[in-house]
Design a protein around this ligand. Sequence first.
Ligand code: NAD
Length: 278
Amino acid sequence: MDHRAVPIKVGVVGYGHLGRFLVDRIQRDGPGVGLSLAFVWNRNTDKLTDSVPDDQILTDLAEFTDRNADVIVEVCHPHIVKEFGIQFLAHANFLVGSPSALANPQLDQALRLTAKQHGKTLYVPSGALWGGQDIQRMNDSGSLRALSIRMSKHPSCFRLGEGLLSDWSEVEGRRVLFHGSVADLCPIAPNNVNTMAAAAIAASALGFHGVAGEIVSDTALADYHLVEIEVTGLDGFSVKTQRRNPAELGAVTGRATYRSFWSSLLVCKGHGGRVYLC
Ligand SMILES: NC(=O)c1ccc[n+]([C@@H]2O[C@H](COP(=O)([O-])OP(=O)(O)OC[C@H]3O[C@@H](n4cnc5c(N)ncnc54)[C@H](O)[C@@H]3O)[C@@H](O)[C@H]2O)c1
């Protein structure tokens, strides 16, 4: 238990599945772990009125600085990262729930620079990524040579653009939907690639274009999502991991990922002006 006298004030941007989960946990468990709510913003404030006290509802996101949040959590949409991420980081530590926004190299660079200039940390939640900090260490030591990630789910768990997978049937089995770079995958599957985006951020020497991503639809996966990662280093070094993430039919986000997000938030106490996988 954390006995900090002054709790860390958290601003939550977005009140969908993840936002609601985080706000509930902060309200319930925050005092015991040194967290309090600075504000909650959602584009539609009606969703907030039953569960968030009036004085914690922020109606105009541009006025977030009035609430003096120590850490701002985006669990909304990559557009919000693009529009507000730099302002957030200039004033607070920033936990970016939609890291696929950093597939845009200009935004990625601008966020890294702002973090450095203001001494604030850009936190990237590991979500369903296993071994992210090991990947980052290999990246930083110059020994990372290749990285590939395959994410397999039941077809009802994908939200894809370009009409991909609009024709699935319950008996079709396994279908590879995309294989290529994470950079090319992000626009097609923006809600399904956060894990891969977090990996590409950890592997900054390879970048979004240098990390391979594959998404697979599989009707056999009715109870869990599968995340398989292969890391290649120097002199034949390699690691393969396979993570099973329990999930209901139709769920974009596996259950363990919600708990993982909460653990990530607990880490956001300030690690200086840099990107930090948590
Ligand atoms: N990092 C990870 O591992 C991980 C895991 C799950 C979800 N996510 C990402 O986190 C974000 C939230 O996920 P969720 O499951 O809570 O989604 P959700 O759809 O349940 O909720 C999203 C919320 O943001 C709002 N919203 C959507 N588009 C918006 C826009 N353009 N401008 C303003 N508000 C907008 C919606 O009204 C909703 O309240 C998504 O971007 C999702 O891709 C990341």
